[in-house]
Design a protein around this ligand. Structure first.
Ligand code: A2P
Length: 332
């Protein structure tokens, strides 16, 4: 099975393994991108809100200037910040991302989150005096999407898509879109396999990209800190699941490689985050083995549905609760 890319409805190819960079600091990410490109990655995922685009741009420029890679060899994804969730703001934020990345276009531009916050100066997460996030209750996805489409028209994005949207929010965009969303990026891992949402996207010819594909072990503490009730946060460790460990041993692969392969074999893109060169290499070394139908089934059976989710209203999403476009309460 070759499984190198997924193909969008418009023919564009997205490499099935990309480097995740959420929580990679400016200091860390230059080396991470460098190690990833050396290991064979061509797909890098970032976001305006990660505040590391300029550092990523520096690493990319070195490779492009050296002639070792051409722009068309790369697949670069970035995302509109939540303070930019209105039609008039899209161009400004994408232009800033492109300037930081030192690129003329991105391969894929995503709306980072369905909830919009008000814009106040340069703040990424504006809050009132009591610490409550300043929700923009007028967030209008249909109008916002027109701002996204204009970026394709202007040549600043090859494709556009969504992140953290639920099925009814996706449907509303699809119904009104002139340029269809090509990709949805959501949390998707062993214990939260998102089968309904993936099938829903598949039927609409929207590809899916899994964030936290190995269960985001580095975020556990961070997520617990954000939670109102830390006991409600499930203690998820797919990397040490006995079934995963058993299958890994059989293939002489690591647990992380099995977790990634399980998702990839469903035609879903994975963007494992790492800043460690050996783990970056390891996470790309997933093209030389195949899980059997029985192994896929064994892993599928470990899905816990919403109970297996890390990022929702209990954790990172508390800041989005009470907004009319809060995406997590829907079934999928
Ligand atoms: P590090 O950056 O030090 O490698 P996810 O992509 O699911 O959010 O997971 C990212 C987290 O998993 C980071 O904390 C990262 O740490 C760690 N990580 C990445 N690759 C591996 C791996 N192959 N084995 C174990 N931990 C990993």
């Amino acid at each position: 099975m070759s499984l190198k890319d997924v193909v969008f409805y418009n023919g564009q190819k997205m490499p099935i393994v990309g480097l995740g960079t959420w929580q990679s600091s400016v200091e860390e990410v230059v080396g991470a991108v460098d190690a990833a490109l050396e290991a064979g990655y061509r797909h890098i995922d970032t976001a305006y809100m990660y505040q590391n685009e300029a550092a990523i741009g520096k690493a990319l420029k070195k490779w492009l200037d050296s002639g070792r890679l051409k722009r068309e060899d790369l697949f670069i994804v970035t995302k509109l910040p939540v303070v930019g969730n209105r039609k008039e703001s899209v161009e400004k934020y994408l232009k800033r991302s492109l300037a930081a990345l030192q690129l003329d276009y991105v391969d894929l531009y995503l709306i980072h989150h369905p909830v919009g916050l008000l814009e106040r100066g340069e703040e990424l997460w504006p809050t009132d005096a009591s610490g409550k996030f300043l929700h923009d209750k007028n967030t209008d996805h249909v109008s916002l999407w027109k701002g996204m489409e204009a970026q394709v028209d202007a040549g600043r994005a090859r494709s556009i898509g969504l992140s953290n949207f639920n099925s009814s929010q996706i449907k509303r965009i699809v119904k009104s879109a002139r340029i269809q969303p090509a990709n949805l990026q959501v949390e998707l891992q062993l214990y939260f396999q998102q089968r309904e949402l993936a099938a829903f996207c598949n039927a609409l010819d929207i590809t899916v990209c899994a964030y936290s594909p190995i269960g985001s072990p580095g975020s556990a503490e961070f997520v617990k800190k954000l939670a109102k009730d830390s006991d409600s946060v499930p203690n998820l460790k797919p990397l040490t699941d006995p079934v995963v460990e058993k299958i890994a041993k059989k293939h002489k692969k690591t647990a992380a490689q099995v977790l990634l392969r399980h998702i990839m074999q469903k035609g879903i893109v994975v963007i494992p985050k790492s800043i460690n060169p050996a783990r970056i290499k390891q996470n790309f070394d997933v093209f030389d083995f195949e899980l059997s139908a029985e192994e896929m089934q064994e892993l599928n059976a470990l899905d816990r549905g919403k109970a297996g989710r890390m990022f929702d209203n209990r954790t990172l999403g508390t800041m989005f609760a009470d907004h009319p476009e809060e995406p997590y309460s829907a079934d999928y």
